[in-house]
Design a protein around this ligand. Structure first.
Ligand SMILES: Cc1cc2nc3c(=O)[nH]c(=O)nc-3n(C[C@H](O)[C@H](O)[C@H](O)COP(=O)(O)O)c2cc1C
Length: 314
C-alpha cells in the first residue's frame, strides 16, 4: 500500500498504533514498527527519564520509523520535548492541548508533527499551526476525547471537507473493514488504539487485557466531561462517579474522587474495581489477545478482502 501517509512516515501500511498511557511502551511501539505500521510510544504516563529509556530501547529494537505521542495536559512538557530532540525522534503526535504551542518549535528541529483533534474547528487550528497531518478522533474512541460527541462516521467526512492536509481517522477501528470504511469517507490512514491494548506486547496488566476481551456492547461510557472527558469501562470506580453525579458535584468534587494515579492503578496494576480502565466502544468486537504482527496481518488482509467484496457488490 502506498499513499500520503505511508510516504509521510516511510512505513508499509497507512496504519498508526496509537500512543496510549500505560499501554504503549517501547515493546508495543517497536513491535508495531517492525510489522510495517507506525509505532508510537505514549509519553503521557512517563517521567522524562523513563521516556528517554523507552526511546533508547525502541531504537535498539527496530530500525524502522517510530514516534512519540505527547498529551500536552501532563506536566514536564519542556523536558519531554528536549529529550525527544536529543534522542533524535523524528515523529511527534501531540494531543490534548493547543497545536500552536509546540508545532513550529518541533518543525524547526526537523520533526514531523501530527496533532489529534475531535472536531472540525480544532482540525482547522492544527492545519493553521502548520502540522503535517491531523488525527481526527471520534466519540467512540478509548481514552480522553472531545466534548462534541461527533462520531467517527460524521467527523471524518466533515474534517475531510474542511482540510487540505493528510487526515488520519481514529475511533472505533479494529478491523480491516473499519479501516476501509473510514478511507472511503476521506481518511488517508487510521490510528488504532483499543485493538493494540489487547496485544501481547502492550504493557497493560493481563487482567485489564482480559476485561477488554470480555467487554460487550455498552461496556464503556464517556464521563468526567467537566474535567477531561474520558471513555472507560463501567466498573466500581465508574459506579462511584455515577453516584457522585446524582449530588450535582463541582469540578473539585470530581477531582477529589478521581484522585491520583487511577489510570495506572487500573490499566497497569490491574485493579479492576478502583482503577480507571480506558477503552473504546469497539472493545465489543475484540475477542482475543494477539501478537502485534498478527493484528497487523489481519488488519491488512481484512482490508484487502473487504475491498474485493465491495467491488463485487456492483
Ligand atoms: C488505554 C488508552 C489510552 C490512551 N492514551 C492516550 C494518550 O496518552 N494520548 C493520546 O493522544 N490518546 C490516547 N488514547 C487515544 C488513542 O490514542 C486513540 O486515538 C484511540 O484509542 C482510538 O480509538 P480506538 O480505541 O477506538 O481505536 C488512549 C486510548 C486508550 C484506549
Amino acid at each position: 500500500m502506498s499513499n500520503k501517509i505511508t510516504e509521510l512516515f516511510k512505513i508499509q501500511y497507512p496504519i498508526i498504533q496509537a500512543g496510549m498511557i500505560w499501554n504503549s511502551g517501547w515493546k508495543l511501539a517497536s513491535a508495531s514498527s517492525n510489522s510495517g505500521v507506525l509505532g508510537l510510544i505514549g509519553a503521557g504516563s512517563m517521567y522524562p527519564e523513563v521516556l528517554r529509556e523507552h526511546i533508547q530501547k525502541c531504537k535498539k529494537a527496530t530500525d524502522r520509523p517510530f514516534g512519540v505521542n505527547v498529551p500536552m495536559l501532563y506536566p514536564n512538557i519542556e523536558e519531554i520535548m528536549d529529550i525527544i530532540v536529543q534522542e533524535g525522534v523524528k515523529i511527534v503526535f501531540t494531543s490534548a492541548g493547543n497545536p500552536k504551542t509546540w508545532t513550529s518549535w518541533l518543525k524547526a528541529r526537523g520533526i514531523t508533527v501530527v496533532h489529534v483533534v475531535s472536531s472540525v474547528k480544532f482540525a482547522l487550528k492544527a492545519q493553521e499551526a502548520g502540522v503535517d497531518a491531523v488525527v481526527a478522533e471520534g466519540f467512540e474512541a478509548g481514552g480522553h476525547n472531545g466534548r462534541e460527541e461527533s462520531t467517527t462516521l460524521t467527523l471524518i467526512p466533515m474534517v475531510r471537507e474542511a482540510l487540505d492536509i493528510p487526515l488520519i481517522a481514529a475511533g472505533g477501528i479494529a478491523t480491516g473493514q473499519g479501516m476501509l470504511a473510514v478511507m472511503v469517507l476521506g481518511a488517508d490512514g487510521v490510528q488504532v488504539g483499543s485493538r493494540f491494548v489487547a496485544s501481547e506486547e502492550s504493557s497493560a496488566h493481563q487482567a485489564f487485557k482480559e476485561v477488554v476481551v470480555d467487554a460487550k456492547e455498552g461496556a464503556t461510557h464517556l464521563t468526567l466531561k467537566e474535567l477531561a472527558p474520558v471513555r472507560l469501562i463501567k466498573n466500581k470506580f465508574y459506579d462511584d462517579i455515577v453516584e457522585l453525579y446524582k449530588m450535582s458535584p463541582t469540578s473539585d468534587d470530581l477531582k477529589v474522587l478521581l484522585g491520583r494515579a487511577r489510570a495506572k492503578r487500573g490499566m497497569f496494576e490491574g485493579d479492576l474495581e478502583e482503577g480507571e480502565l480506558e477503552i473504546g466502544q469497539i472493545a465489543g468486537l475484540i475477542h482475543d489477545i494477539k501478537p502485534v504482527a498478527k493484528i497487523v496481518e489481519d488488519l491488512v488482509s481484512e482490508y484487502e478482502t473487504a475491498k474485493q467484496q465491495v467491488t463485487s457488490l456492483f
